[in-house]
Design a protein around this ligand. Sequence first.
Ligand code: AMP
Length: 115
Amino acid sequence: MNHEPTIFDKIINREIPADIVYEDDLCLAFNDINPQAPVHVLIIPKKPIVSLAEVDEQDTALLGHLLVVVSKIARQLGLDSGYRTVLNTGPDGGQEVYHLHFHLLGKRPLKWPPG
Ligand code: AMP
């Protein structure tokens, strides 16, 4: 699938503001505009990957890096009693923005299974 520019590209390019909590050469993390928990951070690659359904072996290191960043941010934010990491994929997965992103949710107990 070709990558159509999304709102997240505009955040990467600083065309629209975001509450950025972490950035490095490969990724960006910012607070979700509609938080579902006291901590709700989105972690996105700067590479325009549409969704997990579109990745291949070339993306192995990048995907691992994103999860290491999730862990670092969780430590920095003091999510010592745990947190949830979510990656919605496609319409049935509830994906709304077609630029791959991890959700990091914490600072409240989260139920399972999700809806
Ligand atoms: P998903 O449903 O997994 O695609 O999640 C998309 C997430 O992006 C939702 O939680 C939205 O609240 C969030 N979102 C959409 N636009 C923005 C924005 N401009 N800044 C921060 N978060 C956003």
